[in-house]
Design a binder for this molecule. Structure first.
Ligand SMILES: [Zn+2]
Length: 294
């Protein structure tokens, strides 16, 4: 089992421990459970969907990296496929607080990077902040996304974000988690550049058209990609680097072990991810950062 789960494991009931162990017991547990695994866990533990998502929250929160706030937030996103995706907040000393990742953003982005097409619900251990309510309003689930919190009845995003401003106020364009391919091309034989380009082609930037993707390589040679997720209210947009760091953290890799990073974006777009990407990666100890453009 990954060390980050050790402390919290003793607080899980023995029956649920037994049901979870075949999956979470593996060192390469990717902080997500497939629908088949979820069904098996429910059968062996007696938990229903709702109770299981709540029971998994402490394990999701154990993936938090909050060196500034020391505030551990966990989230579980349920895809329409039935898969469950863990999410946790992440903070980065040495750069502005705007680079912070919230747990809801983490779970949603984690699901997106695993190819989930739509979310049914999100379960969180604290009430979502305004920033996250707006971030969730970008999803193709819309305001019908179910939001589950401890000790409260299940509500929808519409209840948490009344009179919402959202994507439909700006453009009739794809929504977050919709399948897209922007078909940008780059002549390259470099795996990392190709991975970053693939991510840019699946990025969500309907308001600026400034599509961008990134690929990070760790010490073991594993590659983690991230796609830009733009938001109709602009500020809650999630940069591609943060998406890749979410994927890396959830996969159990150390975000301070990045050996090489490649950002791919358009040379003619209105926005650039470059300076924020480079400064955050430098703060994480990665000095080999490249920008490639299409
Ligand atoms: Zn938040």
């Amino acid at each position: 089992m990954q060390a980050r789960f050790n402390t919290i494991w003793s607080e899980i009931t023995p029956k649920l421990q037994q049901a979870l162990l075949p999956y979470i017991g593996n060192d390469d547990f990717p902080a997500m459970l497939t629908t088949e695994q979820v069904e098996s866990i429910k059968r062996n533990s007696g938990f229903d969907d709702h109770a299981l998502a709540f029971a998994l929250l402490p394990l999701a929160a154990a993936c938090s990296i909050p060196p500034i706030s020391h505030f551990y937030v966990g989230a579980i996103a349920r895809g329409e496929s039935g898969n469950l995706y863990f999410g946790a907040n992440m903070e980065f000393p040495g750069v502005p607080l705007q680079q912070t990742v919230h747990a809801e953003q983490s779970a949603i982005t984690h699901a997106w990077l695993h190819g989930e097409k739509k979310l049914a619900s999100i379960t969180i251990n604290y009430s979502p902040c305004g920033h996250c309510r707006q971030f969730m309003n970008e999803l193709n689930s819309g305001t019908q996304l179910e939001v589950h919190l401890p000790d409260r009845p299940p509500l929808t995003l519409a209840d948490y974000l009344p009179e919402a401003f959202g994507p439909r106020d700006l453009a009739d364009a794809p929504l977050l988690l919709d399948t897209v391919n922007h078909n940008y091309q780059l002549a390259t034989h470099d795996n990392l550049v190709q991975a970053a380009l693939d991510a840019a082609n699946r990025s969500h930037a309907p308001y600026s058209q400034s599509h961008a993707g990134i690929a990070l390589q760790d010490e073991q040679g594993r590659i983690y990609t991230g796609r830009y997720a733009e938001n109709a209210a602009f500020n809650p947009s999630l940069p591609p680097l943060q998406a890749a760091l979410i994927f890396m953290n959830m996969s159990g890799s150390d975000c301070q072990s990045i050996k090489r990073a490649v950002l791919v974006e358009s040379k003619n777009s209105q926005l650039s991810q470059w300076s924020a990407t480079e400064s955050t990666l430098t703060a994480l100890g990665c000095t080999k950062v490249e920008r490639h453009t299409f």
